[in-house]
Design a protein around this ligand. Structure first.
Ligand SMILES: [Cu+2]
Length: 187
């Protein structure tokens, strides 16, 4: 029911909803400080208010700009893009439950995008994939009660054994919630 809050533009509006009150309060504090209760300063009050106004505008523009520019890198939007492009994608469906994973496949070929579609059947779980050298490649948060699965697309380039771990604390055996993916070289 609340799927829209966690995907694409829904997540973006949700972020604004949480940030705007903070921004207004920040603005109010700055105004009060510069206009109503100025400290001892050689700079005239009006000039100080203007400088702080400009500074606030710069911060705002950079903040919104960075957020908009990074939208296309959001995993859910990237996954939608790959799905729309019609590229041959390997689908792996997974369900997380305390404390393990049901995976439709653990075999992956290099060079072919893999679309992970994950759900949780009980509580909040994570699905994090580690490169054989120990680097974290990506992690997904799996929230119970959503109609649509959480999706992420990743293309593996090197063969090997990739560890899977849960990175959302989910109970007494959370530390043991692991799995493994095998990536083989494509012929
Ligand atoms: Cu966990």
């Amino acid at each position: 029911m609340l799927d829209f809050l966690f995907t694409g533009w829904g997540a973006f509006w949700m972020m604004l909803f949480m940030v705007v009150p903070f921004g207004l309060m920040f603005h109010y504090v700055i105004r009060r400080k510069s206009v109503v209760e100025p400290g001892p300063s050689a700079t005239p009050r009006s000039r100080l208010a203007r400088i702080e106004g400009v500074w606030l505008a710069v911060v705002f523009v950079v903040f919104v700009g960075v957020n908009l520019a990074s939208l296309r890198f959001m995993p859910t939007l990237a996954a939608t893009r790959v799905a729309a492009s019609g590229a041959p994608v390997q689908e792996i469906n997974l369900t997380a439950k305390s404390w393990g994973y049901d995976l439709s496949s653990r075999q992956i070929e290099t060079g072919r995008p893999v679309r992970f579609a994950g759900k949780s059947s009980d509580t909040q779980h994570g699905f994090a994939v580690y490169h054989p050298d120990g680097r974290l490649l990506f992690t997904m948060m799996l929230i119970p009660g959503l109609n649509r699965p959480t999706t992420l697309v990743h293309t593996f380039t090197e063969p090997g054994k990739y560890k899977v771990r849960c990175l959302e604390y989910c109970g007494i055996a959370h530390h043991g919630m692991m799995d493994e993916l095998t990536v083989v070289k494509a012929n």
